[in-house]
Design a binder for this molecule. Structure first.
Ligand code: UDP
Length: 357
């Protein structure tokens, strides 16, 4: 009988990771998946478009929980996810990354003694003021199977005594990017729509609480982007929270090309053609490297230190010089999702996996 996984997603990067994983999972008859959407991201351009574009099947359970403080949101999700897990009775719960949805699902599964699997385990900024850092540390310690994208993530897990639960699988975001590149080049008209064909431009995103929630820091970041716009067009797809904070703080964004959040294929088409990425997003730092577009990270530290060591990324606070650029072997060959499926199969059904081997 197939083992049943209940996957919990809620935020934009999780829809993208879930798309890559679920594509690989469909080829594995020993595993079945059901999907819960917590509702953390709910605007169509932060949620629905990813389901449609990436062919993620509609959620089996939608909780429609968003807004409020971190504790309130996580608490409401914990309560609703516990009920969903009691009803669904999965063999394992699968979570991605570091959002409030991740932590709520991790706590609910741990309390119900349901095995917990964490994809993108072991990332650390070592900055406990970031809500994401708290979410990922607690989730890793609650999880039974830790699927890590890089050697550094494996070392972080080992340093916290979690090595025996950890497996190195590569980065599912690289799988997602390989899928997106061809589709984006073929199908996206974003360069024409924004009038960017043949023009030098950079792409910028900002959404981390540490950058958006302090008006002085937000003003500093925007001033930095406006200076960069002196040399080239800077396209700035604005995350809903950032749009709110910009309006509240009355920050002048003159000279920047503001857009709504973009679809995944449009975003990739832009990163592919851009001469520079400036971002505080974890995913985008690596996507810049996958497209071999240099990146400036708008933070004081990064979980993706290999991109810095390999010369493709630098912190905005670091004047350089950057090391000579080289390729990064860590992220795998685009088969991380298949490696995740194999590791999960071996974890849930050790005997069957040994026979298959
Ligand atoms: N992204 C997108 N459209 C946008 C901005 C980002 O599709 O307008 C994608 C981006 O390619 C990356 C993911 O969203 O794969 C990153 O999500 P986010 O920055 O929200 O989260 P993080 O990666 O920091 O966890």
């Amino acid at each position: 009988m197939a083992r049943r996984i209940l996957t919990v997603v809620g935020a934009r990067p999780q829809f993208i990771k879930a798309a890559a994983f679920s594509r690989a999972l469909r080829a594995e008859p020993g595993l079945e998946e059901r999907l819960v959407h917590t509702g953390q991201h709910f605007d169509d351009n932060m949620s629905g478009v990813f389901f449609r574009e990436l062919g993620v099947r509609p959620p089996d359970i939608s909780l429609d929980i968003h807004g409020g403080g971190h504790g309130q949101m996580t608490g409401r999700m914990l309560e609703a996810l516990e009920a969903a897990m009691i009803e669904d009775r999965p063999d394992a719960v699968l979570v991605y990354g570091d959002t409030n949805s991740t932590l709520a699902a991790a706590l609910a599964a741990a309390k119900l003694h349901i095995r917990l699997i964490h994809i993108e385990a072991g990332l650390r900024s070592h900055n406990r003021r970031m809500p994401e850092e708290v979410n990922r540390v607690l989730t890793d310690h609650a999880a039974d199977l830790l699927l890590a994208p890089t050697r550094l993530a494996m070392a972080n897990l080992a340093a916290e005594g979690l090595a025996d639960r950890a497996r190195l699988v590569g980065d599912v975001m690289y799988d997602a990017t390989l899928h997106a590149i061809a589709e984006a080049r073929r199908g996206s008209s974003i360069l024409q729509r924004l009038g960017l064909e043949g023009r030098p431009f950079a792409i910028a995103t900002v959404h981390r609480a540490e950058n958006t929630d302090d008006p002085a820091q937000l003003a500093r970041i925007v001033a930095y982007l406006r200076r960069a716009a002196g040399q080239r067009t800077v396209v700035f797809p604005v995350h809903p929270r950032t749009a709110l904070r910009l309006a509240e703080a009355g920050v002048d964004t003159g000279g920047l090309m503001l857009t709504e959040p973009l679809s995944y294929f449009d975003l990739h088409r832009l990163v592919d053609a851009a001469e520079l990425v400036m971002t505080d997003s974890g995913g985008l730092q690596k996507e810049a490297y996958f497209h071999r577009t240099p990146c400036i990270t708008l933070r004081d530290e990064t979980e993706w230190a290999e991109t810095i060591e390999a010369g493709w990324n630098r912190l905005w606070t670091d004047p350089g010089p950057a090391p000579e650029r080289r390729d990064i072997p860590d992220y795998g060959a685009g088969a991380a999702a298949t490696a995740c499926v194999a590791a999960i199969r071996a974890f849930l059904e050790p005997h069957a996996a040994m026979e298959a081997a």
